[in-house]
Design a protein. Structure first.
Length: 363
């Protein structure tokens, strides 16, 4: 007797406001989320704000050189402390000028010495977990979460092998795209290449060999690893020196569930995806491109522009159409194409991703 067919998630996983609210409280608040690249807060006092799971947060580099992440809220009367990016010798609340050290400890405030029993030492900004992963800073709202190396075992080392200069990299270009779809629609689209030969001709004919493409979950943790070979040198849309190192002719991607991916394009070009939820019906996708020290690179600029004008635009149309379809009363979750041998025309990676989603939501 054959095993039952694997089917896609019911539409409510993508359209239900109740499920989205539960994700903000659970899944997204208890997983590792990208904040900023460490090069973006290179000096003591450099800070950057961001939002995760509906929380306004910021990271700041301390005088000791350590980056720390805090909830962006004054402990006095709850005003937001900082906006955007910048540098601060001390953190000063715009509302009543309460000030905090870069470590988060309360430094002072107007007339607080007149308050009997007031103890500055008892007041500190609420800090959250922050880890440096090959120069990329991630945070987790769950104080009890396992370290990133347990969530994503072996990825740190593999990245170092495929991008030998990763510790010297800095952002060269960020591309931010808004998509009118649930964040899981976009993540699932990224996590299969079943659609690539049909919808991404530039990527499929000028960067990778689709017939060699496969996506497999790692034996442990929450990682989907994409692997493929590059096209023949004469077909590539940008120059690649295959003699640079043993991995120069490969494309490899590590998707760190639920909302981040490292990609190494042929030629050892590092780029990233990370997702941010906006509401149940929309998300933001940010593409990062990196070079050593953030130095200008005609090759990377050209590749980033090519990606933005082809693959990115093609994916926007796909995911927004899917999200509209999920709201149709005529949709019934279809069977996934799960080929036991894997390969580009298989959706076994989606079956894994949806299993993780069900487990996280508790259904």
């Amino acid at each position: 007797m054959s095993a039952p067919l694997a089917r896609s998630l019911d539409a409510r996983y993508y359209t239900s406001r109740e499920i989205f609210a539960a994700e903000l409280e659970g899944l997204l608040a208890r997983t590792w989320q990208f904040a900023v690249h460490s090069a973006e807060i290179a000096n003591p006092g450099d800070y950057a704000t961001f939002e995760i799971a509906g929380e306004n947060l910021f990271v700041i580099r301390g005088r000791d050189g350590v980056p720390r992440a805090f909830y962006n809220v004054c402990q006095h009367r709850a005003h937001e402390l900082v906006t955007g990016t910048g540098n601060a010798k001390v953190i000063v609340c715009p509302y009543h000028a309460w000030s905090y050290e870069l470590s988060g400890q309360l430094r002072g405030g107007p007339n607080i010495k007149s308050v009997p029993g007031f103890d500055r030492a008892e007041i500190c900004l609420n800090e959250l977990r922050c880890e440096n992963f090959n120069g990329f800073l991630f945070v987790n709202l769950d104080d009890d979460a396992a370290p990133m190396d347990e969530w994503f075992p072996g990825v740190r080392e593999e990245l170092g092998a495929y991008v030998p200069n990763i510790d010297k990299l800095a952002p060269l270009e960020w591309v931010e795209v808004r998509e009118a779809c649930n964040w899981k629609v976009s993540v699932e689209n990224y996590s299969e290449c079943y659609h690539c030969p049909i919808n991404h001709p530039t990527f499929a004919k000028g960067v990778i060999k689709p017939e060699t493409y496969d996506i497999q979950p790692l034996p442990r943790g929450y990682v989907l690893r994409h692997t493929t070979e590059c096209q023949e040198p004469e077909a590539m849309t940008y120059p690649v020196d295959l003699a640079t190192n043993e991995h120069a002719g490969e494309y490899r991607s590590w998707f760190l569930w639920p909302m981040f991916s490292f990609q190494c394009y042929p030629g050892n070009v590092l780029n990233t995806y990370h997702w941010r939820t906006r509401d149940v019906d929309s998300c933001t996708v940010r593409r990062g491109w990196f070079s050593e020290g953030g130095a200008e690179s005609d090759v990377i600029r050209t590749l980033a522009r090519q990606d933005r004008e082809t693959t990115v635009q093609e994916d926007i149309r796909l995911v927004e159409s899917v999200h509209r379809g999920l709201k149709s009363r005529g949709y019934r979750p279809g069977p996934l194409v799960v080929d036991p041998d894997g390969g580009v025309l298989s959706e076994h990676s989606i079956a894994t991703l949806q299993k993780w989603t069900r487990e996280a939501i508790g259904e």
